[in-house]
Design a protein around this ligand. Sequence first.
Ligand code: SF4
Ligand code: MG
Length: 329
Amino acid sequence: KNIVLEVNHLKQYFPIKTGVLRRTTGRVKAVDDISFEVHEQETFSLVGESGCGKSTTGRTILRLLEPTEGDVFYNGRNLLDYSKRDFRKVRRDLQMIFQDPYSSLNPRMTVKQLLIEPVLTHKLASKKEAEKMVIAIAEKVGLSTEQINRYPHEFSGGQRQRISIARALIVKPKLVILDEAVSALDVSIQAQILNLLIELQKEFKLTYVFISHDLNVVRHVSDRVGVMYLGQMMETAATDTLYERPLHPYTQSLLSAIPSHDPSVKKKRIILKGDVPDPSNPPSGCPFHLRCPKVHDRCKIEKPIFKESEPEHWVACHLYDNEELSLQP
Ligand code: SF4
Ligand code: MG
């Protein structure tokens, strides 16, 4: 398996003003030392509750935000080493699709204009050739030649997402980051768009980083999954492994909340105490310790190391620090 993307100890800290008088300078560790790999032509998903740092991770990979620390290797080259100018060239390989297509599509441009623009920006073709590319990609995403002369507001949410997908794919990217790309859509439309994304991935040999809070959707599309909590990676594993045998208590609680399709399977829902802590004031030790049903004394003081507990199955939890304890859960 070729590694397309390697995120190494990535940190994204934002300065904030805290205290009653807003005079104390603090920082929110939106992404706090996360590492993962994405293999060629797979879908790697980042899951977790809102505010856990998934979107910030996606944006930092594409340098929409400059990281505080860490490295992002794309095909073995550190994206952070590129000058702004060279980065623009490689940026064509790396596209992003957002949750709300309406806000990312200029309402004064027709679909055709919206699709031609990136081709011309990246100097991929002449205007005439670009028009042919537009018709071809529109067809791939299920838009008719007649529809491409209309404006974004004339389309439904699902159709608009097809436009965003076409706009991302027309420049022939290698890796696409999808940030809650189907989350705003009705369930039936979600399925159509997900199936379209899966088809396009095969046809264009794409690698996806799929960001979502929806564990059912993630199970359906992913090869591997990473679970984030408070800016940190709690667990990564192959999809089936993660869903069938989650190791981290946080993953276990998330999965216990999805209804089972098989009525003979009786699941016990794990209810967590409290809310996600304030990210500007995270707990000591394990970030999950205030809510963890399996917390022990050590968790309050010592932060668990993210490590490979079983082949290809990484977890950050003291329960797996040694052989004897790993038999417990
Ligand atoms: Fe729970 Fe401790 Fe594991 Fe954190 S390290 S998830 S508190 S058992
Ligand atoms: Mg988000």
